[in-house]
Each structure stands twice: as C-alpha cells, then as structure tokens.
Design a protein around this ligand. Structure first.
Ligand SMILES: [Zn+2]
Length: 444
C-alpha cells in the first residue's frame, strides 16, 4: 500500500494517493471496529472518464486488499484451531473489512448471494415472498410500498388513512408489531418510529453476536463456522421482544407493578416477561436503549441460571451492559469502546483524580443486592464500566476470551469470587495494577 501510494504520487494521482494512505492509517487500539457491510456485490467501478493510470490504480488497490483479506482469513482459521475464538472473529472481521466480497467470510457471517446483493437467509425469505425493506416502513409487500408512501395503510383487506391506522393502534395492546430480523417491536408510537428503533437494535445485535460468539455457541460450533465445507453454520437464536411506548406516561402506567424505580428509569429489561421496554422521548436516551437491550441479549440468547450474580460476580452483568453503551456508527464502521467514551472517561476521573478504586478481590464478591444498596453505587458503576473496557481492550485484547468465558460462567450461575482470576490466569492484585496502567497510559 505504501508503494502504491508512492507510485500514485509519481503519476500525479493525488486523490488516489490520499485514499491509499487513508486505508492503512492506524486505528485506536482501544476501540473495536466492525465494518458496515454493503449490500451490493462487487467493488465500485472506476468512473467512465478515468485515465488509464487511474484504472490501473483501481485494479491494484482492489487486488492488494483481496490478498490481505485472504491472508487475514487464513490467520483467523489458525486462531480458531488454537482455541482463540475472539481473536479468530476479530481477524475474520478485519478480512471482510479489506474485501467486503470475501465469500468465505460472508458465508461465515451468514450472508449469501441473492439477486444482486449479499443477504442473510432471513432477507432472502422476505425478498422471495415479494417483500422489500423500506427504511421508513420496514418489510412491506413490494406492491404496497407506493400506497404506504402516499399515506395509506392496509387494514383487513382494504386501505385506510395513516390517521385512522394510528387511531386503531393507539393502545399498546393493539399496537403495531414491527418485525426486523431478530426483533419484534410492539409500539403504539408509530410504524416509522418502531422501524427506527428496530434498526438500532439490529446494529447492537450485529456487534454483540460477533463479540460474544462463545457465549451462545459451543467451541465445536465456532470451529464449524470456520469450516471451509460450511457445515453447522446455522446457530439458531431466539427472536427478541421489545415494547416501545408512545410516551413516559404510558410506560410508567404499564410498568407500575415493577415498583417506584420505573418512574426514574429511561428503559428497562424485565426477565420475567422476557421483554425490554422503552418509550419515545424528544431526547431519546440512546445509551439506555443499548444497555437494556444488552441485558436482554445475554438473558435470552441461551438458557441462563435463575440466580445470576445473586451471591457474587454481579458487577460484570452491569459492566458489560455499560460497555455496550459505547456503540457508535461512524465512517462506515460500527465502533465500540474508546477511552473518550463517557463511561470510560468517568472511570478514569474516579480512579486517577479521586483515587477511588474498590479492588477486584472485593468487587467480585458483591452480590446484586449488596451492589444495588451501596451508597457509592454511581461511583461503583463508573469503575465497573472502566474495568470492562480494560478486560476488552487491555494489551490488544489479551483478556477478551477470558471475559467472554467469565460472562458465560456467571450467566450459568457461577458465584465463585475467584472465577475471573482463574480465567485470566492473573491474581486480582495484578489485574488491579494493570487496570491502573491501562487508565494512566491511554487517552487524553
Ligand atoms: Zn443494567
């Protein structure tokens, strides 16, 4: 790439030189980048009036990326054979970032070629049945889309106005059910708002599914995902239910049985009903959405114990939900982490300025009750977020597999306070020290 950029300079291909250099610019090691994959198959063509040199650059740039992509995927296969599933997934994601048309990685991620695009099996079923995806209305019959756009809505084999439709769905009991690939959103706020919420949830789902593959899949299943023969690629996961109220009053009223904290919450996941609840608000709290939806994913993607964190290890249940709040979409990536994230930065301030630190040896012993009744709860939540960032990112992800194994055991009901130390192979005093180093070294 460096040589290609230099040859662009020599030929006066300024824009091409810049694009080549931008491609290899180093990224923040304290963030995870997951490429937003295009639907269209094949690279963009050079413009019709491109010079011969520019066309040659285009070809060369694509070839280097395809080669890099194949090399990264070969490395990913090696990582999975060495029992490093998180590293294997990171390498596979880097491979698809280099070449979005890498077929082996596309198949691993659940995509297939259909018509002119890359689609999941779910999308193929939808498209085959004559539906199309609309960013405004979700999945609708292709022949209905024009009427939707004109403000008409289907109702019992006839068409009614959007206003009448809204009246019919005014109560949550008779709300709309918006279906996306992995979620059903029940809402009385509006079709478009429900679709927008579903799209955000699907983004979280995508990164969660890749980061925590060993949480919901066995080691054999992960190995099978990377198997060139493509067996065992379908790991069936359940559909999640979300309720989205038109306003806070509706939310408060419907969830009143959960107790007085409902009135100050901006969203909730309730494991008894297996539903996450949110409401429309002019300053929508995106972080609460990601936080509660993360609780839902860990609770529902496989069977979990009834006593998660009851006697100990509860901190990580909250820590990981706080970490997932950092999800952003930027420059063609879904991005997680970063020490400038509000939670991670809060943790830095508490640790480095206020010298607040509950050692891991103590924190891991906290039960759910103990943590939630602690007067320092806000400060503790800061530290828990910071520690989770540390476990994901420290030393290029050294503890990431251990973190996933920790979450798996905790959701299996393991209350042993020494669990994390055992899984990381490090004494708590050592982890506390590394955490401080991590916070001191990184970020502004
Ligand atoms: Zn929480």
């Amino acid at each position: 790439m460096v040589e290609l950029a230099a040859s662009c300079d020599a030929k006066g291909l300024k824009a091409e030189a810049e694009r080549t250099r931008a491609w290899i610019r180093p990224r923040d090691p304290n963030r995870l980048y997951i490429t937003d994959l295009p639907e269209k198959i094949g690279p963009a063509k050079p413009p019709a009036d491109a010079t011969a040199d520019a066309v040659a650059w285009h070809e060369h740039f694509g070839r280097l990326r395809r080669e890099q992509s194949d090399a990264l995927f070969a490395l990913a296969r090696g990582a999975v054979r060495s029992g490093r599933p998180s590293l294997a997934f990171e390498l596979a994601l880097a491979a698809i970032g280099e070449d979005p048309d890498n077929e082996a990685v596309r198949h691993l991620l659940g995509y297939q070629k259909f018509r002119d695009g890359w689609h999941t099996a779910y999308e193929v079923r939808k498209l085959r049945s004559g539906q199309v995806w609309s960013d405004r209305f979700g999945w609708v019959r292709k022949s209905d889309l024009a009427r939707y756009e004109k403000g008409e809505r289907p109702n019992n084999n006839r068409w009614i106005t959007a206003e009448e439709d809204a009246r019919l769905h005014r109560d949550i009991e008779s709300g709309w059910d918006i279906e996306t690939e992995h979620y059903t959103v029940r809402t009385n706020h509006g079709i478009e708002a429900g679709v927008a919420l579903g799209v955000k949830l699907e983004q979280l789902y995508r990164v969660w599914k890749q980061l925590f593959v060993r949480y919901y899949a066995t080691e054999e299943q992960v190995v099978a995902l990377f198997d060139a023969r493509g067996r065992g690629r379908n790991i069936e996961l359940p559909r999640h239910q979300v309720v989205y109220f038109r306003d806070r009053e509706d939310y408060n009223r419907s969830l009143a049985s959960l107790g007085p904290t409902v009135g100050i919450s901006a969203g909730a996941y309730v494991d008894q009903t297996r539903r996450a609840y949110f409401f429309a608000d002019k300053d929508q709290d995106e972080r609460t959405l990601l936080h509660e939806a993360t609780h839902q994913l860990f609770h529902e993607s496989r069977a979990v114990a009834r006593n998660v964190g009851m006697e100990g290890n509860f901190w990580i249940v909250e820590g990981i939900a706080e970490y997932m709040e950092s999800l952003l979409r930027e420059d063609g990536f879904l991005v997680l982490g970063g020490l400038d994230d509000a939670r991670a930065n809060g943790a830095r301030v508490r640790l480095l300025r206020d010298s607040f630190h509950v050692p891991l040896d103590e924190l891991t012993r906290y039960s759910l009750k103990q943590l939630q009744s602690d007067p320092r709860i806000g400060t503790l939540y800061s530290e828990m977020a910071g520690l989770t960032h540390f476990l994901v990112h420290y030393d290029e992800g050294r503890y990431r597999d251990a973190l996933v194994a920790y979450l798996t055991a905790v959701y299996n009901g393991d209350q042993d306070p020494n669990l994390l130390s055992r899984l990381t192979g490090a004494a708590y005093a050592e982890l506390d020290k590394q955490y401080r180093e991590f916070m001191e070294k990184n970020g502004k």
